[in-house]
Structures are given as structure tokens and as C-alpha cells.
Design a protein around this ligand. Structure first.
Ligand SMILES: Cc1cc2nc3c(=O)[nH]c(=O)nc-3n(C[C@H](O)[C@H](O)[C@H](O)COP(=O)(O)OP(=O)(O)OC[C@H]3O[C@@H](n4cnc5c(N)ncnc54)[C@H](O)[C@@H]3O)c2cc1C
Length: 367
């Protein structure tokens, strides 16, 4: 009698590969999560072990990642996936803790946006025991190695996280250069991690922490970023590497000043929100078709993600700025332009990122 051996067993496969083949079409982790969501073969996940709400509109989560987690460099970001009303949603968050944290846990501080889906969900619902999906850390907003002798860290609002991570990392390393931390918030009470910042400044003589309040009196300085603040906080700023993360107004003010001063080359920036896309509404032509949902709209010239949302569709998305690839879909036909690079893509049946692609004429998307 001849036994028919399934193809999967004919090659010498690892036990894991066999299990994965048998589990197809779902990955093994989709079955394991039914038993214990922290028991994974390939996926990185993390369990919330602590939740703090130190200001009215932020929540700080401590996460214990699964064994696949490879750590991060201060300033990088991770993508966090949570189920909101039964739909998996992914967003980027920058760890706020030191990259040298001994227990390997990750600290994220999330600011609840008034109309934001995931940030409001986490702010309202995150509790210990919640398990979230995680990616490995990514991003190039990092401290140079070796560390430069003078470092200026500037942040505003929720942009505090990557630069606080840098400050905590430098303190753990016993950094003995000059480091100044200038943070902007409406009032002192709006500064997440205010107590930790004050404690770091008290413990480390090389660290200067300055809180600037833009809304009311209070803080160490008042008003918005400008040359005066720079001179007051880091008189040596001309010789420093500067790292900045914050709302668009702060980013523009810092970029403009550094460009005027001829020091743009020493400025390192991280944007949490996409820069506004110049919409060529008048020049927009053609129809945008979402094939699977049977929806067609006149091309308005905005990104395909925005046009899909305006048409009532809810495509998965994350960063809305081309970083996280959550919104990747197949363009079936037509020409699209990448708003970040200006490149056009005419090839059919290729993957594009909806959040940074605009249609040029008739376009069909598999959505
Ligand atoms: C590299 C990186 C690191 C980040 N790190 C942090 C961090 O450490 N902490 C932090 O708090 N945030 C961080 N962010 C921002 C974070 O990823 C999210 O963007 C933020 O939490 C808002 O997500 P949300 O789901 O609440 O909002 P969303 O629901 O995604 O909405 C975001 C914005 O889009 C608007 N919007 C929503 N729906 C629509 C629609 N249908 N049409 C048009 N506009 C719409 C909303 O009004 C809102 O202003 C980071 C972002 C990046 C790119």
C-alpha cells in the first residue's frame, strides 16, 4: 500500500514549520492567543503591568513585552495594536523610558486626542492585564554614538516621550556633557512626567530642566519658543546637537530659527503628525474607485485614505504619514503620486500606502 505523504512533510521541516503549515490559513499565534495572548511564536506582544494618569489628558502604560522583543534605542517608536470595538487598530508610540531599563519593560505615554480613536480608547480603558500587539522598534531619531559633548532636547505636549527617553538614557549612562531639556506645555499641571524631570535635574548636576508654560504664568519660562528661550536655557546651543519633537507650531518655530541661524544640520526632528499635504483640488481629475466596496467618487486631489474616509469607508491606518504601512492596499490600476517623494506609480496590481498617495486621473483600489 502506498501512503501519500503531504507535500509539507516531504522536505525536512522544523516542528514549528509543520505546525504553521497545519495551522494555515491563520498563523499559529492566532490559535495560541485563544489560550494565552502572551504565548506567541513569532508575534511581539506586551502586557500592561502598570497604568498611571499623571495629567488630565494622558495615560502612562508600563508594558512587559514577550521574549521576541529586541529592545529599542532612545528616540525610536513602536507600533501598538489594540482592538477597538472588535477592529484591530495600530498607532505609533515612542517609549519614554531609558533604553537601559533593567527589567526590559517599556513605558508609553499616550495623550488623548479630542477626536482620536486609539488614544481616547487607551486613556479611558487601559488597565493592567490588557495585552496589546507590538512591533520591533524603528526610526532614526536617535542619539549619535559616541554621544556628542552638548545636547539640547526640546519638546512640546506629547512630544515629550522620545526626548525624555533620551534624557533618561543619558542619565543612566552617566553622561557628563552638557544636557538641557526644554519642554513646552499649557500649564505645569499639563506636563506628563513633571516629577521625574525635576528629580533627574536634582540628581544630575549636568542636567538642566526648563518647563515653559505657553498658556498661563507658571513654569520656569513663559511664552513660545524663540531665540530668547534658546539663549536662556542653553547658552552653548550653537555647539550642541538639538533634538526636537512636538506640535507642528513648535516644530516650525525651531526649524525656522535653526535655518536662519545656519544650524539646520545640527537639528534632529521627529514629527508625530503628518505635515499638511498641498491639495491640488483644481487640477484633480478622474474617478477613484474602491472595487471591493463598490464605491466610486470623483477624485478631489486629497490622499486616497482621506477620500476613502470621506466616502464612508474605514480603511485600516496608523500614522497617516507613511511610516507604519498599516494602510497599505493594492492599487489595481491607474496612476498615483507619492506626496512625500513626488514619485508617480503607474504599474497595476502594486501595493501603495493610502495615506501618502494621491490619484492622478482614474484609479482603482482593492478596498
Ligand atoms: C513616530 C511617532 C511616534 C508617536 N509617539 C507618540 C507618543 O509617544 N505619544 C502620543 O500620545 N502620541 C504619539 N504619536 C501619535 C500617535 O501615533 C497617534 O497619532 C495619536 O495617538 C492619535 O491617534 P488616535 O487613534 O487617537 O487618533 P486618530 O483617530 O488616528 O486621529 C488622528 C487625527 O486624525 C483626525 N481624524 C480622525 N478621523 C478622521 C477622518 N475620518 N478624516 C480626517 N481626519 C480624521 C483626528 O481628528 C485626529 O486629529 C506618535 C506618532 C508617530 C508618527
Amino acid at each position: 500500500m502506498t501512503t501519500v505523504v503531504p507535500a509539507v512533510f516531504r522536505r525536512r521541516l522544523s516542528p514549528l514549520a509543520v505546525v504553521e503549515a497545519l495551522a494555515t490559513p491563520h498563523a499559529v499565534d492566532r490559535y495560541l492567543e485563544l489560550v494565552n495572548p502572551m504565548l506567541t511564536v513569532r508575534d511581539v506582544r506586551a502586557e500592561v503591568t502598570e497604568v498611571r494618569r499623571s495629567t488630565a489628558d494622558t495615560v502612562t502604560l508600563t508594558l512587559r513585552p514577550t521574549r521576541q522583543w529586541r529592545g529599542f534605542e532612545a528616540g525610536q517608536f513602536v507600533q501598538v495594536t489594540v482592538d477597538v470595538d472588535g477592529v484591530r487598530r495600530t498607532r505609533c508610540y515612542s517609549p519614554a523610558g531609558s533604553q537601559h531599563r533593567a527589567d526590559g519593560r517599556i513605558e508609553l505615554t499616550v495623550k488623548a486626542h479630542a477626536r482620536g480613536l486609539v488614544s481616547r480608547y487607551l486613556h479611558a480603558n487601559a488597565s493592567t492585564g490588557l495585552v496589546v500587539g507590538l512591533t520591533q522598534a524603528a526610526g532614526t531619531f536617535c542619539l549619535p554614538d559616541p554621544r556628542p559633548p552638548r545636547i539640547l532636547l526640546v519638546s512640546g505636549g506629547s512630544g515629550i516621550t522620545p526626548v525624555l527617553s533620551m534624557l533618561r538614557t543619558l542619565c543612566d549612562e552617566g553622561y557628563d556633557g552638557d544636557v538641557a531639556f526644554l519642554h513646552y506645555a499649557d500649564t505645569e499641571d499639563d506636563v506628563a512626567h513633571r516629577d521625574e524631570l525635576r528629580a533627574l535635574a536634582a540628581e544630575h548636576s549636568a542636567v538642566t530642566v526648563v518647563l515653559a508654560c505657553t498658556g498661563h504664568d507658571g513654569g520656569d519660562l513663559s511664552g513660545y519658543f524663540g531665540q530668547e528661550h534658546l539663549d536662556a536655557v542653553a547658552p552653548w546651543h550653537a555647539d550642541a546637537e538639538t533634538f526636537v519633537c512636538g506640535p507642528p507650531g513648535l516644530m516650525t518655530a525651531v526649524r525656522d530659527l535653526y535655518t536662519r541661524n545656519g544650524r539646520a544640520g545640527r537639528l534632529h526632528v521627529e514629527d508625530f503628525a503628518p505635515a499638511p499635504v498641498a491639495v491640488e483640488t483644481a487640477a484633480a481629475t478622474g474617478a477613484l474607485t474602491f472595487e471591493r466596496s463598490g464605491t466610486a467618487v470623483d477624485n478631489t486631489g486629497t490622499t486616497i485614505l482621506e477620500q476613502a474616509e470621506a466616502a464612508g469607508l474605514q480603511p485600516e491606518h496608523g500614522c497617516r504619514m507613511g511610516i507604519c504601512f498599516s494602510c497599505t492596499q493594492v492599487k489595481m490600476s491607474g496612476c498615483t503620486r507619492n506626496v512625500r517623494t513626488g514619485e508617480t506609480h503607474t504599474e497595476p496590481d502594486t501595493e501603495i500606502q493610502l495615506c501618502i498617495s494621491v490619484p492622478v486621473g482614474d484609479v482603482a483600489i482593492d478596498l
